[in-house]
Design a protein around this ligand. Sequence first.
Ligand code: SAM
Length: 234
Amino acid sequence: LFLDAALSVGQMVELTPAQTHYLGGVMRRAAGHEVAVFNGRDGEWRAVIEVMEKKRARLRILEQTAPQLGPPDLWLMFAPIKKARTDFIVEKATELGCARIQPVLTRFTNAERVRVDRLQAHAVEAAEQCGGTFVPEVAEPVRLDRLLGDWPADRRLMFCDEARTALPVAEALAGAGGGPWAILVGPEGGFASDEAARLRAIPGVVPVTLGPRILRADTAAAAAITAWQMQLGD
Ligand code: SAM
């Protein structure tokens, strides 16, 4: 169960009506039962249900049972697309172990408005579903040129470049070395040619191809993270 709170031994936590319904109504738990809880930052904890009523429940935090094993410090940066497919990207980035999910507004991005709170809740659900205790942060959208303007010098960028000139991931990342990484995927309309040219020219940016076919942006995001994890993941 995800609790959006700092956790400590002996702490009492009142559940929301939705969490109460989930625990009592769906999971059929009662007072005295134990439940695993996490807040997305401090690993997994054991808690006992002190009170379980129809509309109200209270837990007592007992102990931390698993440390926070954050994934490698991998960022996924993607141009938001239609809602359902953006949800899919957030879900897969969470399941595949991204630490941060950054919507990026490029020239041909068609979904300029992004409901970050809704996407963050989606990331929590995806983390719960895959038994993870780490919840990636979903950041506010940022324009590509602003992002590149103050790009962190220590972070490498794997640029999913659908041009024929890029190397396959395994080759492109071979010997690319450590350090935190980010992956960038474009919108359904792709990158503008000057955006792609600018990206290719930045030192530390590694253009990669994901194969001979043009993948949908959501497929490309999942494929790129998987390919990166196979090369540099833990
Ligand atoms: N501009 C593309 C076209 O010519 O139809 C469409 C862009 S594609 C739907 C969305 C994004 O996924 C691209 O901007 C790129 O980042 C990534 N992508 C898709 N297929 C790819 C491939 N084969 N290699 C590298 N990146 C790819």
